[in-house]
Design a protein around this ligand. Structure first.
Ligand code: NAG
Ligand code: NAG
Ligand code: NAG
Ligand code: NAG
Ligand code: NAG
Length: 612
């Protein structure tokens, strides 16, 4: 199998154990919950009945606790809202340790005119992405951007692009809506699905240390508040003034991406899997750091694979991406999504700005909750990378579709067909249906999940079925997004990179349930369990999430109202904080920062009118 770790991998049955005990329980869990429980017991004992065999108050379900914690977290975020330019600038200085960039006032006025929710944290991704560039000389950043194969160029408040590649054109459209507010710059674009920059973690750590030195609040009287003008974009950059890029084309991609992890991380220590021609090996032990009693509690951490070496065999990106062209050099490259370790600078993905109906569902956001089917729908192509006869069992979409095939599950329960590319749940989630030997029957009552195309390779001749996944999966007709909104639950599963339908799902009246490895521009403005339901990338929690929401007959109560509340909160928040206006405001802020970090005078540049 070619998979070994220096820490012994626990075997299947007991691997569940450590995913469940809370690792670092929050104060709420350590004190408040036991206290409430104790008070309830005392109250109960003080009553007239002293019969201790009567059930004590039932403990909350872990999801109830996560939902409550999410509400608190969201309220705390909203409470940070700034209500004036001065407050916004103060919040900026406090969080970023620098003066705001020149142009901050116009940015603020634009944001306020567009009714933005002004919470500084909502722009965190920009600073995560740009911080290491403070360690590179500004002029080098400029030259490397200008020399890149695909760019958008801004001069004198006008944006243009040399390429008519459709993604570039969509990003150009977005930037043109704010071009008059932007200084001169060149923006290099990654037009591939897959991210391309994986700078070794050791290098990034050095860059971050250098960048930290530049985080100072200069005396306002010495601050420069103008951006530099640039020469026309057609000036040719001489090759010896930029770093040479070697584009690696390495599969499995895991070999490349893990260099972005810390040298003592499990991803760096574990052996590299090269054989995927077998049912997947998953280890819930590795999920423990981001789980609380079996459910995702730290979503950001769940999308980071550095502590999860088993994911190298559980997601197509690590196995065989459609295209790979990676470098270990930090160049200023912009893209729509990336893995936790990639170094691209994120822009909103083009399909979000373009409002393509196949991604967003169009203007129709679905019928009211009570008119929806109590079930799950998913349709998609068997992407995730290039699946082949010998690697498809490592692909996430294949795993998810198989796990929602009641027939397959029933056959596994009857020992008639061993699971080929997934693992039957252990007992720890106490799935009532499974305990009765009826997991397959139960799943059949609510799941409508299938591929629309098996994306077979090599492509079979004229309409012949796929000879390797064909026996396990049936391709069915597609289903428009608005028809999917007839179901209450919408799982969102990664494709070649992030899933472009997420925004459409959030805006819908249905509930998105999301597992992903991808980071996007909006991550810091969405709160898991408040605006959507997070799921682990192994999907081992999937049935338990569904049992929590749907219940099981008369035996396990469902939580339909909780689902409706999250679906509604996600929709309302998407309409308030993920609008096209919010994308403009994000890109406007991002490009001011990018222009400053590329300027040779960057350390003395800023907006300080409020301090003079
Ligand atoms: C990890 O990197 C640090 C700092 O570069 C170094 O001191 C340490 O020895 C390295 N550890 C391993 C296991 O390579
Ligand atoms: C989630 O994990 C990250 C990375 O370990 C950590 O920095 C962060 O504090 C965690 N968040 C919470 C809410 O525990
Ligand atoms: C799944 O959805 C399709 C399209 O709406 C429908 O034709 C089919 O009957 C559904 N299957 C189940 C099992 O509900
Ligand atoms: C599927 O077809 C390809 C050629 O198109 C062949 O190489 C391969 O062996 C076949 N696999 C199976 C399982 O029949
Ligand atoms: C469900 O699984 C069975 C057995 O493996 C398979 O024949 C069928 O095509 C699958 N259905 C779908 C929708 O993939």
């Amino acid at each position: 199998m070619g998979f070994s770790t220096s820490t012994p991998t626990t075997s299947l049955p007991n691997m569940w154990a450590s995913a469940f005990p809370p690792r670092r329980p929050s104060a709420l869990l350590r004190y408040v919950v036991p206290a409430v429980f104790l008070l309830a017991c005392l109250y109960y004992l003080s009553g007239t009945s002293r019969d201790l065999t009567v059930a004590v108050p039932k403990r909350s379900h872990p999801i109830d606790i996560l939902v409550d914690a999410a509400e608190t977290k969201f309220q705390k975020l909203l409470a940070k809202e700034s209500h004036s330019l001065e407050e916004a600038a103060a919040a900026y200085r406090k969080r970023r340790g620098r003066h705001p960039p020149p142009g901050f006032k116009e940015w603020y006025q634009f944001a306020v005119a567009h009714e933005a929710v002004m919470v500084e944290d909502f722009w965190d991704q920009i600073y995560h992405d740009l911080e290491p560039f403070w360690a590179l000389p500004g002029p080098l950043i400029r030259r490397e951007a200008q020399a890149f194969e695909m760019t958008i160029n801004i001069r004198g408040g006008k944006a243009s692009a040399g390429s008519d590649w459709f993604w570039t054109q969509i990003w150009l459209k977005l930037i043109r809506t704010i071009e008059h507010l932007l200084p001169d710059m060149d923006i290099a674009l990654n037009a591939m699905d897959e991210p391309r920059l994986v700078v070794p973690r050791e290098t990034i750590d050095e860059y971050m240390a250098t960048a930290r030195e530049t985080r100072v609040l200069k005396d306002p009287s010495s601050v420069v508040s103008e951006f530099e003008k640039l020469p026309p974009k057609d000036k040719v950059v001489s090759p010896e003034t930029v770093r040479k890029l070697e584009w690696e084309d390495t599969r499995p991609f895991w070999k490349i991406v893990r260099r972005g992890c810390a040298n003592d991380s499990l991803a760096r220590q574990a052996g590299i899997m090269t054989d995927f021609d077998h049912p997947p090996t998953m280890d819930l032990d590795f999920a423990a750091p981001h789980m609380y009693h079996g459910y995702v509690a730290n979503y950001t951490l769940s999308t980071d694979f550095c502590h999860q070496p088993d994911l190298q065999g559980l997601n197509g990106i690590f196995v065989y991406p459609l295209s790979v062209k990676s470098t270990d050099v930090l160049i200023p490259l912009f893209g729509g999504s990336k893995l936790a370790v990639n170094n691209e600078i994120l822009l909103p993905a083009p399909m979000y700005w373009n409002e393509e109906e196949r991604f967003t569902g169009g203007p129709d956001h679905g019928v009211p909750w009570r008119q929806k089917k109590d079930g799950v729908v998913w349709r998609g192509v068997a992407t995730g990378g290039r699946n082949t006869e010998t690697n498809w069992r490592a692909f996430q979409r294949h795993r998810f579709v198989a796990m929602n095939n009641g027939t397959k599950l029933a056959r596994a329960e009857q020992w008639a067909e061993a699971p080929n590319n997934f693992v039957m749940p252990g007992g720890e989630y106490a799935l009532r249906a499974q305990e009765k030997g009826a997991l397959g029957d139960w799943v059949s009552t609510w799941a409508n999940v299938s591929f629309t195309d098996l994306f077979c390779y090599p492509k079979p001749e004229d309409g012949r079925p796929c000879n390797y996944t064909g026996p396990y999966f049936a391709a069915t007709p597609g289903l428009k997004m608005r028809d999917q909104f007839a179901y209450k639950y919408l799982p969102d599963i990664d494709g070649n990179s992030f899933s472009g339908r997420y925004l459409g799902f959030l805006r819908s009246t249905s509930l998105p349930i999301k597992a992903t490895l991808w980071r996007e521009w909006h991550d810091s403005r969405l709160v898991p369990w408040k605006h959507f339901v997070p799921m682990d990338n192994r999907y081992a929690d999937w049935y338990a999430i569904m049992q929590y929401f749907l219940g099981y007959g008369d035996e396990v109560p469902g939580h339909d109202a909780v689902a409706e509340r999250i679906a509604t909160a996600g929709k309302e928040w998407a309409e308030r904080a993920l609008r096209p206006d919010d994308m403009q405001i994000y890109v406007h802020r991002l490009l001011l920062e990018y222009a400053r970090v590329s300027d040779p005078r960057r350390e003395s540049m800023g907006w300080v009118e409020d301090l003079l």
